[in-house]
Design a protein around this ligand. Sequence first.
Ligand SMILES: [Zn+2]
Length: 390
Amino acid sequence: MSATTPTSSRAHTSARDQTRELLFDIIRSGGSVTRTDLVDATGLSRSTVNNAVTRLMEMGRISETEIGPKGPGTGSGRAGNVLSAVAAGSHVAGIDFGHTHISVAIADSLGSVVAETSAPFGVDLQAMEALDTAADLLRSLSAETGIGDLAEVTAGIPGPLDAATGLVCSPTILARWVGLDPAAELQRRLGAHVRTENDAYLGALGERLAGAGRAHADFLYVKVSDGIGACPVLNGQPYRGSRGIAGELGHTQLPGRSEPCRCGRRGCLEAVVSSGVVREQIRVTHPGDPFALTAALQDLDDPPIRRVLDEAGRTLGGVLADLVSLLNPAALILGGELGTAGPSFVAGVRAEVDHRALAASADLEIRSAELGTRAELIGAVMHAAASIRR
Ligand SMILES: [Zn+2]
């Protein structure tokens, strides 16, 4: 026997596993998925799809429901039957650390949320306390739902994580978290296996699997909240970069601006465009009115508010235009509190990207995240659900 045979065999098995997982992800993402849909969506042969579907049914991970009588020309009649994913008994959890909040959710093994809760918290300056609070929120949710054992937990961190070590790795962004291993800290508190990812990465994953990104294999997700982070999705996969810190856009310096930034420099993008800054500007135009920064702002039909949002969108669009030219994405999906604050902000981004990106913006869809400010949390539970299958 040739020495290469075992390796070739393993490679073949791995390719088959990947095909099966790809098809499972499509079935799991919902809708009325048929075998024909799977062939159309993947370009795989019908026999490859049939083999993978048979294996997934043997594993108890999907079921097939007959819809209506067999029609003429449908052969075995299976082509039009609907495939659905079957949730296993185990549960997972997601944690989303924002700069000013912590959200947690418990979901079934397919990533469908069972319960979730959120609390305001100054995450940047109190690392250990933030980890304690996240664990407390999750324990409360476990008690409320009666779901004690978690098979996997994924936590999103609003700063750069070194892909090799899992440590928070910027001396200026999330300074109080530097050198911390949030996965190990949370694991100690929760007694469950915990993985960490950058928050924008999870937002992109959430939109890809359950939001506006389902329609696109190539898009750019940008979380615009108290901080700004981005994650490109290339060929269907969120991209981390060589060290795991791709997309740290918030500290791009804007020419001619001097606003002080938390990183110690002046004129950074997120010192000029963030939900906190925009809230302050709205407070100037409407002193005393406690406006929440939500899509409901648009309903006020208030020209000064629309101008503030449009201007913030244009400033961000000026930075995103170069990325649009570089990556030629099909869509620009804006998440976070500000990215989902309504059409004026999106229109501002559109105007500036159209002005600067020229050819690459022609067919570009620009929109708010379909999952709103929950994109990161949904991405976290879906990441955790995918992890228990590996
Ligand atoms: Zn900065």
